[in-house]
Design a protein around this ligand. Structure first.
Ligand SMILES: Nc1ncnc2c1ncn2[C@@H]1O[C@H](COP(=O)(O)OP(=O)(O)OP(=O)(O)O)[C@@H](O)[C@H]1O
Length: 332
């Protein structure tokens, strides 16, 4: 049986004034797994993570971290978890080294400060005051502090915000190493590529509810693939074989450019290419590709809103504005 390190059942969080930010979510994270919590701004990620970290009590539902309630049994859970909040909030006048020393003093079984700073690549900034650090360096310091206690479970709330491309990749490598060494990681991020390269499973939150959950590959595979190309002069969409017979579920046209949507990429691509060969048609700028997590995310968030808002909702407006930019989208 899998060892569930994080176990969340029907979790709810209500703020003062009665606003329900988390509306009954359930998920589990196994030992050594990297789970990503994604969502639009205000979806409820931080509100959820704070409940897992024991910083607040849920309005309803159940949270277990390492088998304990992180709020009522904080003393049992806190020494075994590492938390990287969105804002570290360290004293601005202390140096990086002093901050780490102070933090290590409050952490039982802390790893050597120099080791933690080295792991995140800011050891050479040890003598610099926190207020003089760049945004990306502050994120690294936050990460180092989360690692000081050699945590079994690591909560990373947008760990690479403010990092440049190289810094982001270095952080990903470190997160991978930690996971490979058995650390369980719960990550929230707005960088979908980050979730795609790091996470085994994910949940997409939307307005306090889970809109999609599962293995990253399955969530992506649940979304349609695309084939786009340009037809030469004198050819039109109607010259293609019947799209439904190719397994195409929708299409968009913009001038000569055609984009087909399909759940059966091989069948659609094969049918299109055989037609092009037989008709001696050169398909310009041909691009055949499976969905990305970003597309899956956007479609899932959009579909939820569409269902909630009906035809007069914001997506109907988005559809109309797409039309104004000369694009037509249809479902076959
Ligand atoms: N202390 C608070 N009091 C009242 N409402 C709050 C409070 N903190 C957050 N909220 C609201 O709860 C909702 C969820 O916020 P939360 O910060 O959890 O979202 P998030 O998914 O982490 O967003 P982001 O990606 O922007 O960080 C938002 O509508 C937010 O305005």
């Amino acid at each position: 049986m899998t060892d569930q390190v994080i176990d969340v059942t029907d979790l709810r969080r209500v703020y003062g004034g009665g606003f329900e930010a988390v509306r009954g979510i359930s998920f589990t994270v196994g030992r050594g797994e990297l789970f990503a919590l994604l969502g639009t701004n205000g979806a409820g990620k931080t509100s959820t993570v704070e409940l897992l970290e024991g910083l607040a009590a849920p309005a309803a539902g159940r949270v277990r971290v390492l088998g304990h309630d992180p709020y009522t049994e904080r003393a049992k859970v806190r020494p075994r978890i590492g938390v990287m909040l969105q804002e570290g909030g360290f004293p601005a006048e202390l140096t990086v080294g002093e901050t780490a020393q102070m933090w290590a003093g409050c952490t039982s079984g802390a790893r050597p400060v120099a080791e933690a700073l080295e792991m995140v690549g800011i050891a050479k900034r040890s003598g610099v005051r926190v207020k003089q650090l760049s945004g990306g360096e502050k994120r690294r310091l936050d990460f180092a502090m989360a690692l000081l206690g050699r945590p079994e479970v690591l909560f990373l709330d947008e760990p690479t915000t403010g990092l440049d491309a190289e810094g982001r990749r270095e952080t990903w490598e470190l997160v991978r190493q930690l996971r490979d060494n058995g650390t369980t990681v719960l990550l929230t991020t707005h960088y979908l590529e980050e979730a795609e390269v790091l996470a085994e499973r994910l949940a997409i939150l939307h307005e306090g509810r889970i809109a999609a959950e599962g293995r990253v590959a399955d969530v992506v595979a649940s979304q349609p693939s695309h084939i786009s190309f340009e037809l030469p002069d004198g050819y039109f969409l109607g010259d293609l074989p019947p799209l439904a017979e190719l397994g195409v579920t929708g299409h968009e046209t913009a001038g000569r450019r055609i984009k087909l949507r399909t759940d059966e990429l091989q069948r659609a691509a094969t049918g299109l290419l055989l037609w092009a060969r037989d008709a001696r048609v050169e398909l310009g700028s041909l691009d055949v590709r499976a969905a990305t997590l970003e597309e899956a995310f956007l479609r899932i968030a959009k579909n939820v809103e569409h269902v909630e808002n009906g035809a007069s909702g914001p997506n109907a407006a988005a559809g109309r504005s797409a039309g104004r930019h000369g694009k037509k989208e249809m479902t076959v």
